[in-house]
Design a protein around this ligand. Structure first.
Ligand SMILES: Cc1cc2nc3c(=O)[nH]c(=O)nc-3n(C[C@H](O)[C@H](O)[C@H](O)COP(=O)(O)OP(=O)(O)OC[C@H]3O[C@@H](n4cnc5c(N)ncnc54)[C@H](O)[C@@H]3O)c2cc1C
Length: 428
C-alpha cells in the first residue's frame, strides 16, 4: 500500500522544516520524514543537556498540519515512489511534489592514525556529545577547516570537555580576510564574535593541520604541522573535519542532474529550486554549502514552489541570493591546502568499513574497478566517507548512487522491484 502526500519533504533540518511548514500553510497535505528520531537536522540536533535556542525551538516545534514521520529513511526509489525503512518495517510513499532537503555531511580525510578509537569528525564529536556521549574532563584537539570547528568547540566546552586547541588549516591571512567580509552579513558577524568570546583562552591556530595521530588502544597524542614546525599535543579525543559536502545520493537516484563544477557535486536547481526532474525540488545544503540562513530561506522557497505559489517563492529570491554569496565566501577562504592531499601513506586505511589501505588502490584509475578488486566503498557507509575522500584527494571522481543508499533490512529490500539490467550492469 502506498501513502500519498501532496508535498513530501525528505530531511527535517532547517531547510526541510521550512519547506514542510510553508507548504502546509497553503493547505497542502504534507509529509516530512527524517532518518533521525527528532526534527532539527545537524545544526538543531537534540541536545540531552542543553535546550535549543528559542528561535530554533520554535522552528522545530511548529509542525502544525504536517505529518511528522520520524526514523523514516529513504533507501530507494520505486516506480515514482520512495521506499522508506521505518522501525516497524517499510513503506512506499508517493507524492505530487517532492522536496529534497538531505543536507550535507562532513568531509573526512585520511591520515596516519585517523582510524584510532577517539578520532572522529569535528561535527561528529559534537553530535556524539549532544546525544550524551561523555566528554566531560576529556582533552580534545579540534582540527580541520571552517566555522564548524568553532561551533564544535563551543558545544564540547559546554559539555565539560577541555578543548586544548583549535587548528585551522586555512592560513591567517585568509581567515582574517574572511572575518573582515562578515560585516556584509551582520547576523553572522555577531554569531562569530559571540563564539570567539565564549572560546576566549582556547588557542586558535591558523595554517595548521594534523599530520599524524598516535596511540595504542586509542588516540593519545597528535603531531600538528604549524607554520613554526611540527608540534606534538597530548589529547584523549581528536575531532577533525575538513568542511562539508552535499548529500546528493537520493537526488541522483531519482535521476536529478547534479552540478559537477566542484569536486563534490551538488543538486542542480534553477533559480526557483526546480531540479531536472518534474515536480522534484531541492533546498538547503544538498544544493551547496552555505549555512543555516540559506537552508531556512530555500526551504520556504521550495515549500511555496512545491505548493504551487510561484509569486511567494519569487519574493524570497533576493535574500536567498545574498545568503548564497556567503557560501562562495566560505569556499574561497577555507579552500584546502594541497598538503592535506598527501598525508595518507600506503599503509593508511582509506576505506574503514572494508579495511582497504591506500597502497591497495595503486594502479586503479576508476572507482568502480578499484571497488570490484578491493571492496573499497562497499561497506556500511557505501563510499560516503572513503569515496568522498578519494574524490577530494584527486584519485577517482565519485561513482554513481545505487540502492539501497543507506544500509537496510533484508525485509525492506525484499519489497523492492527487481534491479533493472542497467543497475545490474553498474555492479555493486
Ligand atoms: C555534523 C554536522 C554538524 C553541524 N553543526 C553545525 C553547527 O553547530 N552550527 C551551524 O551553524 N551549522 C552546523 N552544521 C551545518 C548545518 O548543517 C547547515 O548549516 C544547515 O543546518 C543545513 O540545513 P539543511 O536543512 O540543508 O540540512 P541538515 O541540517 O543536514 O538536515 C538534513 C536532514 O536530512 C536527513 N536525511 C538525509 N538523507 C536522508 C534520507 N535518505 N532519508 C531520511 N532522512 C535523510 C538527515 O538525517 C538530516 O536530518 C553542521 C553540519 C554537519 C554535517
Amino acid at each position: 500500500m502506498r501513502d500519498h502526500y501532496d508535498v513530501l519533504v525528505i530531511g527535517a533540518g532547517p531547510a526541510g522544516l521550512a519547506a514542510a511548514q510553508t507548504a502546509a500553510s497553503h493547505g497542502a497535505r504534507v509529509g516530512l520524514l527524517d532518518a533521525q528520531p527528532r526534527p532539527g537536522g545537524q545544526v538543531w540536533r537534540h541536545d540531552v543537556q542543553h535546550p535549543l535556542p528559542r528561535d530554533a525551538r520554535n522552528a522545530v516545534d511548529d509542525l502544525h498540519g504536517v505529518d511528522w514521520l520520524a526514523r523514516h529513511s529513504v533507501v530507494a526509489t520505486e516506480s515514482s515512489s520512495l521506499r522508506v525503512e521505518t522501525p516497524q518495517g517499510s513503506r512506499l510513499l508517493s507524492y505530487g511534489a517532492l522536496v529534497i532537503a538531505t543536507g550535507a555531511r562532513e568531509l573526512l580525510l585520511p591520515f596516519p592514525g585517523w582510524t584510532l578509537p577517539g578520532v572522529t569528525g569535528a561535527g561528529g564529536l559534537q553530535a556524539l556529545a549532544k546525544q550524551g556521549w561523555p566528554v566531560a574532563g576529556r582533552r580534545v584537539v579540534i582540527a580541520g577547516s571552517g566555522p564548524l570547528l568553532l561551533a564544535a568547540a563551543d558545544t564540547l566546552r559546554k559539555h565539560g570537555a577541555q578543548v586544548v586547541g583549535i587548528y585551522e588549516q586555512a592560513n591567517a591571512g585568509n581567515v582574517r580576510s574572511f572575518a573582515a567580509q562578515l560585516r556584509h552579513w551582520p547576523a553572522r558577524a555577531w554569531q562569530a564574535a559571540g563564539l570567539r568570546l565564549r572560546l576566549a583562552g582556547i588557542p586558535y591556530r591558523f595554517g595548521s593541520f594534523v599530520r599524524k595521530a598516535h596511540g595504542d588502544d586509542c588516540v593519545q597524542r597528535v603531531d600538528i604541522d604549524t607554520p613554526h614546525g611540527v608540534q606534538t599535543v597530548a589529547c584523549d579525543l581528536l575531532a577533525v573535519g575538513y568542511g562539508l559536502v552535499p548529500n546528493t545520493e537520493l537526488a541522483a537516484l531519482l535521476g536529478c542532474a547534479l552540478d559537477h563544477s566542484d569536486i563534490h557535486p551538488r543538486v542542480q536547481v534553477d533559480a526557483l529550486l526546480r531540479t531536472s526532474v518534474a515536480n522534484v525540488y531541492a533546498a538547503g545544503e544538498s544544493c551547496g554549502i552555505a549555512g543555516l540562513a540559506v537552508a531556512r530561506i530555500e526551504g520556504a522557497l521550495a515549500g511555496h514552489r512545491a505548493a504551487g505559489h510561484v509569486d511567494a517563492a519569487r519574493a524570497l529570491l533576493a535574500p536567498r541570493d545574498r545568503e548564497r554569496r556567503f557560501g562562495a565566501l566560505l569556499a574561497r577562504h577555507f579552500a584546502l591546502d594541497s598538503r592535506l592531499h598527501k598525508l595518507a601513506d600506503d599503509l593508511t586505511l582509506v576505506c574503514r568499513c572494508e579495511d582497504v589501505r591506500m597502497g591497495e588502490l595503486t594502479g586503479f584509475t576508476d572507482a568502480r574497478a578499484a571497488k570490484l578488486a578491493t571492496r573499497c566503498g562497499m561497506g556500511a557507509c557505501q563510499g560516503r566517507i572513503c569515496g568522498t575522500a578519494l574524490a577530494e584527494l584527486g584519485r577517482f571522481p565519485r561513482s554513481g548512487s545505487r540502492p539501497p543508499i543507506f544500509p537496510a533490512r533484508l525485509a525492506t529490500l525484499a519489497g523492492l522491484s527487481p534491479l533493472s539490467s542497467d543497475d545490474a550492469q553498474r555492479g555493486s
